[in-house]
Design a protein around this ligand. Structure first.
Ligand code: UN1
Length: 509
């Protein structure tokens, strides 16, 4: 199925202009950076691109703002985040429009992304009164031992096109509550939503009297990101993107003893056991694998199915895939929008060609859609490929809706296959057998940062920490105690006696 009504680039340009104006951004004008929509593949606006000199300026301003912001009590800092959350609620629809226009997400997922931003603001407001340190029993009489958490400094946020606003908000809401200032280098594929978020935060800062420079936006290319990576005044670089990007960023930040928080590639799998509720599994799998046109880092890319149920499950999945409505993401019936670019389609097609050359069999999907009507856009049918083994191409993350299906006989074998990839972000098992579920969640089960039961790999909520192991980079963001990455702990020993007691019974003088 292909939804019929297609917007023109002029429609989309007008809609983007309206959304920006409602948020308070005057329609951008400049040169060096093209705002484009994957819906038609055409250019919308040309904007001014930041230069490394602008980055220098932003770092100096951000550092200066930090010196004030760090002394603002945390619950007062929370007021800025609360105001941001209110503005996000007011402009939920405008922001969702911009996300659909620039990232191609369907309406429901674009609204969901804005909801995720609102949720992290709520979370961070609460956090602003819960930046707890511990008190430790001292071995010395008349002494108190405690840990205190202090603001860290300037945080550089480098984000990707696929969650162009939510990932920024996970970092920014928490960093601001923690007393840090933020410089944001978004993907150059999503400048408009970035301008809107920056403007709303500036409005929130004006409303609560916070320094304007607690947040700076740098729309630019790699050279601008590199400034953030290499400058010692940037205390933490939080980077979301490919493993290839993380391999460059991590060592460069480490070389100057900076901190980095990496959210890199995933190659997420689900195991489907013989006892699984197949109705639930089919729904969970199709959303996780085909949703967001396969462009989440949590997208389900590998399905490891017990041999006894493989034929039944595959038949149900292929039937669902053959009915997926693909097309205009603004159309209410559409479930699969465009890929971000023709280059993404090329990557998808070359992975498919490789896996087929190895003997992989396409069971559903895989064709390009709307090529005649929208030749500069990249619409693709999500695809299911049956493979016999986990070859090199299966072990790579291809950022496209390709689901590889493997079969297994024993759960131990399934878990071994599951973990035998370089990435370690998200995972799940569909089973009604408690022993199997618990084994999957145990130390000898999934090796990922996210492990689920009877739910797909994508769509995590804010309360839990988000991130993964191995080549996913080890970072944790948003929920739980991931705030600690944005602060520095100090250990305090306070002697309230009038005797100097040395630790470990050392005597001196
Ligand atoms: C990403 O794909 O970069 O769990 C983030 C999810 C979303 C976030 C995904 N909450 O799928």
């Amino acid at each position: 199925m292909t939804s019929t009504a297609l917007p023109t680039t002029e429609d989309l340009r007008g809609r983007a202009r309206t959304a920006l104006e409602r948020v308070g951004v005057s329609v951008p004008d400049g040169s060096g950076l093209i705002a484009r929509t994957p819906i038609t593949g055409d250019h919308l606006f040309e904007l001014a691109a930041a230069t490394p000199a602008d980055a220098e300026d932003a770092i100096a301003a951000s550092r200066a703002a930090f010196l004030t912001w760090r002394t603002t009590p945390a619950p007062r800092r929370g007021e800025l985040v609360r105001r941001l959350g209110e503005l996000l609620r007011d402009h939920k629809s405008d922001l969702a429009d911009l996300i659909t226009i620039e990232a191609g997400k369907i309406r429901s997922e674009a609204l969901g992304e804005v909801q995720e931003m609102i949720d992290i603001c709520d979370f961070a407001v609460g956090l602003s009164r819960q930046l707890y340190g511990r008190t430790i029993a001292s071995e010395r009489p008349g002494h108190r031992l405690a840990e205190t958490w202090h603001p860290l400094g300037v945080v550089g946020v480098i984000s990707a096109f696929n969650f162009p606003a939510a990932v920024w908000s996970w970092n920014t809401a928490v960093a601001l509550a923690c007393g840090d200032t933020v410089i944001w280098k978004p993907s150059d594929l999503t400048p408009l939503i970035s301008l809107a978020c920056d403007r709303l935060l500036a409005r929130a800062a004006e409303d609560v009297g916070a320094p304007r420079d607690v947040h700076r936006l740098l729309l630019g290319d790699r050279a601008v990101g590199e400034k953030l990576v290499d400058d010692p005044r940037v205390a933490l670089v939080s980077a979301t993107g490919s493993t290839r990007m993380g391999r460059e960023v991590g060592p460069r930040v480490a070389a100057r003893f900076g901190r980095s928080l990496l959210e890199l590639g995933g190659n997420n799998a689900a195991i489907v056991a013989p006892s699984a509720d197949l109705d639930l599994a089919v729904q969970g799998i199709v959303f996780a694998a085909a949703g967001t046109a396969g462009q989440r880092c949590t997208t389900l890319r590998r399905l490891i199915v017990h041999r006894d149920i493989a034929d039944t499950l595959i038949a149900r999945l292929t039937a669902a895939y053959n009915k997926l409505p693909i097309g205009n993401p603004f159309d209410e019936d559409t479930l699969v929008g465009p890929l971000i670019s023709p280059a993404a389609l090329d990557t998808m097609q070359s992975a498919l060609a490789r896996v087929q050359a190895e003997g992989g069999k396409v069971l559903a999907g895989g064709n390009r859609r709307l090529a005649e009507a929208l030749p500069r856009a990249a619409y693709a049918e999500p695809v299911i490929v049956r493979v016999d083994e986990q070859s090199e191409v299966v072990r790579e993350e291809t950022f496209a809706p390709i689901l590889y299906v493997l079969t297994y006989d024993t759960l131990e074998e399934a878990i071994a296959l599951h973990n035998d990839v370089p990435q370690g972000l998200s995972s799940s098992i569909f089973t009604r057998d408690q022993q199997e579920a618990e084994l999957f969640l145990s130390a000898e089960g999934s090796d990922c940062g996210i492990a689920n039961v009877n739910i797909g790999t994508s769509g995590a909520e804010i309360g839990g920490a988000f991130g993964g192991e191995k080549e996913t980079g080890g970072g944790r963001e948003s929920g739980s105690d991931s705030w600690r990455a944005y602060m520095r702990p100090a250990t305090n020993t306070i002697n309230y006696s009038s005797r100097l007691a040395l630790a470990q019974n050392v005597s001196f003088l």
